[in-house]
Design a protein around this ligand. Sequence first.
Ligand SMILES: [Zn+2]
Length: 146
Amino acid sequence: MFNLTQTQQQDLLTAARLARAQAYAPYSGYRVGAAVLDDQGRIHAGCNVENAAYPEGLCAEAAALAAMVLAGTTRAHAVLVVGSGDETGAGWTTPCGGCRQKLREFGSPDLVIISANGAAIGPSFTLAQLLPDSFGPDHLPPRLPD
Ligand SMILES: [Zn+2]
């Protein structure tokens, strides 16, 4: 497992909380912020963006991954997700099934996934725990040269 420093965890938490504050969630009221730590030590944040046509909404994790790709990196080491859980830790947010697969595209099964809320950092998982026996780009045959 990729070990995170206290500073990295705190920086991820700060970025995810700031992103959560920008969430567009007028329909569910469920605001989420996510922050991804890439292989260069940079942090990329995203928030959920809902849509009146519900399936067109975007998860915070997907938005953070898009920001990472835009920044020129395709390898993630960790993601921290801040949801609407209360201060007791009830209702810790973990990535939805679709986002677990999106994270698999850019991270190994050892990718660290940390849950947090407005008050504290909660439980941590590896992607393998949340998406066992996953399918990823390493399962595909080599591509032909462009
Ligand atoms: Zn999701």
